[in-house]
Design a protein around this ligand. Structure first.
Ligand code: NAD
Length: 491
C-alpha cells in the first residue's frame, strides 16, 4: 500500500483539475499517465502544462532540467488501458455520479487489485461513487483545489469501507507532493465547501439589505483581514459555481446549516450575470470598479478616554499612545468603550447600536485592530461618525459607516464562520486543527476560524452569537455547543 516516487500515477480527465494533478504528481517524481476521451482536451492539457512549466522556468522557480524531467515523465493518451501500471489512479472527469461510478468499475479491472483508486469529486458522496467497485477498501476521495499547482490543500476523504491503510498512504503521499493534507469524513461539501459558506452568505445578506457592495468587500478585507471580499470573490468564482454549490450543500443538509442561499445571489445566477466570466456580476467589469465612500474625518483628538476594562481595544489604545494621544482611563465607561470628546464609541458585541444605552458609535470587530486598514462603524449622527473617523484617521485608518445591524458585518461573518467550523467538529467531520488548516490552505483565509474563535474567546463568542440570534430572530446564529453555553459567561 506504500506509494512512493517510483509508483506510476494515472489521472483520468485532462481538464483544469486533472492537468493540474498530473503536473504536481510528475513534479513529485512519478511517471504519470493522463487519460481523456477527448483528443482536444489532451492537446489543451499538453500545451497548457508545457506553457505553465515554461513560465516557472522563466520566473526562475524551476530549472530547465526539472522541466524536461517532468515532461519526460508525462504521457497523454486516449487509451484507458494505459492506466494498467498505475499504483494510484485519480479521477477528475465530469461531476456526474453514474459516469464516475461506471469509470471506477472499469478502472478496477484495468489496474492491480491493490492499486488505489481516488476521486476528485467536489460534491458527490464517496460511498455512492464507490458503491460498485470491487475491493471498495482501496477507494477514497482526494479533493484538490483549483489551481492545483498553487493551492496547497488536499482533502483526503475515506468512505465507510476505505481501508485505514489507504487513507494513511494518501495522506503521506500528499505530504510528499508538498500539499497540506487533511482527513475529512464523507459529508456534503467536505470541510471547505461547507465551512466557507457563511463568508459568501453573510456578504450577500448584507447586499440584500441594501448595503453598498464596495463597502461590504472593504469591510471584510480592511477590517476582516481576508484577501478578497466575499462579493468580489464570488464574482471571480462565478455565481453558476458559487451559488450552485451553496444551494447543493444547503439542500444536502436539509437546511440545517449556518447559512442560507441568498436571494441577492440567486438573482445574479438566474439572470445570467455570472461574475467576471460574463463581464458582470455584483460588479460591472466593463466599467471602473466602485470605491467605498469613507466618512470624512472630524478633527483629530489630542486625548481619548478608555474604559478600565478594554481587553478588546488593547491594540487601538496602544496605537493611540504611539500616535502621541493622551489616554485617560475613565471609570464611568462600560467595558470596551472609548470616548472622543463627548462621543462614546463601543466595541460591538453582537447587539445593534439601537440596544446600546448611552453609546453614540458602534465599532465593528476587526480581526486585528493593529493591522486593520479600515474601521467599520454605525453611528447615531454624522457628527459622532466624524468624531470616530477623526480618531481612526489619526491612527492611519479609514472609516466606513454602515446601517445599524446586529453583529454589524465583520463580527457577524467571523462568528458565523467559527460557528460553522465548530459544527463540523461536533459532527466529527474533521479535527479542529484540520478544519483550520483547510480554511487557510483551501480557501485562503488568513487564519483558521477556530483559531480566531480561541483568540476572541469562546464565551464571548457564544454571547455575541446569542445576541445576533436574539436580534435577528434567526436560529442559525445560535452558538454551537462547542463554544459552551452563554450561561458559562456569567461564571
Ligand atoms: P473539466 O470539465 O475542466 O474537465 C473534465 C475532463 O474530463 C474533460 O477534459 C473531459 O473530456 C474529461 N472526461 C469526461 N468524461 C470522461 C470519461 N468518462 N473518461 C475520461 N475523460 C472524461 O472539469 P474540472 O474542472 O477539471 O473538474 C473535474 C472534476 O474535479 C469534477 O469532478 C469537479 O467537480 C472536480 N473539482 C473541480 C474543481 C474546480 O474548481 N474546477 C475543484 C475541485 C474539484
Amino acid at each position: 500500500m506504500i506509494l512512493n516516487r517510483d509508483s506510476c500515477v494515472a489521472v483520468v480527465g485532462a481538464g483544469a483539475m486533472g492537468s493540474g494533478i498530473a503536473q504536481v504528481a510528475a513534479r513529485a517524481g512519478h511517471r504519470v499517465v493522463l487519460v481523456d476521451t477527448g483528443e482536444g482536451a489532451l492537446n489543451r492539457s499538453r500545451v497548457g502544462l508545457t506553457g505553465a512549466l515554461e513560465k516557472l522556468v522563466g520566473q526562475g522557480k524551476m530549472d530547465a532540467l526539472e522541466r524536461d524531467g517532468i515532461l519526460a515523465r508525462m504521457h497523454w493518451t486516449t487509451d484507458m488501458a494505459e492506466v494498467a501500471p498505475a499504483r494510484l489512479v485519480v479521477e477528475a472527469i465530469i461531476e456526474d455520479r453514474a459516469i464516475k461510478s461506471a469509470l471506477f468499475v472499469r478502472l478496477a479491472e484495468l489496474v492491480a487489485p491493490d492499486a488505489i483508486l481516488a476521486s476528485n469529486t467536489s460534491s458527490l458522496s464517496i460511498d455512492e461513487i464507490g458503491a460498485h467497485i470491487p475491493q471498495p477498501e482501496r477507494f477514497a476521495g482526494l479533493h484538490f483545489f483549483n489551481p492545483v499547482p498553487v493551492m496547497k490543500l488536499v482533502e483526503v476523504v475515506p468512505g465507510q469501507r476505505t481501508d485505514a491503510m489507504v487513507t494513511e498512504a494518501l495522506l503521506a503521499l500528499m505530504q510528499q507532493w508538498g500539499k497540506v493534507a487533511v482527513r475529512v469524513r464523507d459529508v456534503p461539501g467536505f470541510i471547505v465547501n461547507r465551512v466557507a459558506r457563511p463568508y459568501y452568505a453573510e456578504g450577500f445578506a448584507a447586499l440584500g439589505e441594501g448595503i453598498d457592495a464596495a463597502a461590504i468587500d472593504q469591510a471584510l478585507t480592511g477590517a476582516g483581514g481576508f484577501r478578497m471580499g466575499p462579493l468580489m470573490l464570488a464574482d471571480m468564482i462565478g455565481h453558476d459555481v458559487n451559488y450552485v454549490v451553496a444551494r447543493s450543500v444547503y439542500d444536502a443538509y436539509d437546511g440545517h446549516t449556518r447559512f442560507r442561499p441568498q436571494p441577492s445571489q440567486q438573482a445574479l445566477y438566474e439572470g445570467g450575470t455570472l461574475g467576471r466570466k460574463s463581464g458582470g456580476g455584483v460588479y460591472d467589469y466593463g466599467a471602473s470598479l466602485p470605491q467605498p465612500v469613507y466618512v470624512t474625518p472630524g478633527s483629530a483628538p489630542d486625548s481619548i478616554g478608555v474604559s478600565r476594562d478594554h481587553q478588546g481595544l488593547v491594540a487601538i489604545v496602544e496605537q493611540a499612545r504611539q500616535a502621541g494621544l493622551a489616554v485617560i482611563v475613565a471609570e464611568d465607561l462600560p467595558a470596551d468603550t472609548l470616548r472622543v470628546g463627548e462621543v462614546v464609541i463601543a466595541l460591538g458585541d453582537g447587539r445593534p447600536l439601537s440596544r446600546r444605552v448611552e453609546v453614540d458609535v458602534l465599532l465593528d470587530q476587526a480581526r486585528d485592530f493593529g493591522a486593520a486598514a479600515t474601521w467599520i462603524i454605525s453611528a447615531h449622527t454624522d457628527a459622532s461618525a466624524a468624531a470616530a473617523a477623526g480618531l481612526a484617521d489619526r491612527l492611519g485608518k479609514q472609516t466606513l459607516l454602515l446601517p445599524d445591524r446586529p453583529g454589524l458585518i465583520v463580527l457577524r461573518t467571523l462568528a458565523q464562520l467559527a460557528n460553522a467550523a465548530a459544527d463540523a467538529v461536533e459532527d466529527a467531520v474533521a479535527s479542529a486543527q484540520d478544519i483550520d488548516a483547510a480554511m487557510r490552505f483551501g480557501a485562503n483565509h488568513p487564519e483558521g476560524p477556530l483559531e480566531w474563535a480561541g483568540r476572541y474567546g469562546h464565551a464571548r463568542l457564544a454571547a455575541a452569537l446569542s445576541h445576533i440570534a436574539d436580534e435577528t430572530g434567526d436560529a442559525m446564529y445560535r452558538p454551537s455547543p462547542y463554544f459552551g453555553s452563554v450561561e458559562d459567561l456569567a461564571q
